[in-house]
Design a protein around this ligand. Structure first.
Ligand code: HEC
Length: 168
């Protein structure tokens, strides 16, 4: 009785074990088939892929060889972006509107004729100079170029012209 029980147990056990081994082998085979159809066929040998790998693993330092063409070693020089003269409204919106838009911190507001009249009376040269170099007035501090040192002088003068024209 007990011997036949054991036998039955072993038979079932071996059967399940066999099934599991079969599944494992099937998975390995399927994985290899998929890999053969994707990785090897689509990746290896693909010039674009190899170029990317090459870029990732190429040595950090390269040596110049005497007598050879070493042009590829030339260090690319980053050209600084040339400062260009910007149109008045662009400059105003980017650098002046924060204060002059609403008349913040004592700044004469764009279009406020009363606030601008005595300033305009000083003459354009004074206004340019104050806008470019900054100045401390009775009402507050006008930072040089509105704090935008990257603006060209001409850009700032354009903005001054714009504010003056809009406030006369
Ligand atoms: C941080 C705030 C601020 C910004 C940004 C700013 N200004 Fe001013 N600006 C002032 C203040 C404050 C005054 C008035 C100072 C005073 O008279 O006491 C002023 C005054 C001026 C005046 C009159 C100068 C004078 O002699 O009366 C001009 C012109 C001027 N700003 C141009 C500009 C231009 C152009 C820009 C943008 C490129 C600019 N400002 C950006 C605060 C600012």
């Amino acid at each position: 009785m007990s011997a036949s029980h054991d036998r039955k147990f072993f038979d079932t056990f071996l059967l399940i074990l066999g099934i599991l081994v079969g599944i494992a082998i099937a998975l390995i085979v399927v994985a290899r088939i998929i890999a053969a159809n994707t990785s090897a066929a689509n990746r290896q040998g693909d010039p674009m892929y190899e170029q990317q790998v090459e870029a990732r693993i190429h040595p950090f330092a390269r040596n110049a060889v005497a007598g050879e063409d070493n042009a590829a070693l030339a260090v690319p020089t980053a050209e600084p972006a040339a400062a260009t003269d910007l149109p008045a409204e662009t400059v105003f919106q980017q650098g002046c509107v924060a204060c002059h838009g609403a008349g913040i911190a004592g700044a004469p507001k764009l279009g406020d004729k009363a606030a601008w009249a005595p300033r305009i009376a000083q003459g354009k040269d004074v206004l340019y100079q104050h806008a470019l170099q900054g100045f401390q007035g009775k009402n507050g501090v006008m930072p040089a170029k509105g704090g935008r040192a990257d603006f060209t002088d001409q850009s700032v003068m354009n903005a001054v012209d714009y504010m003056v024209a809009a406030s006369q």
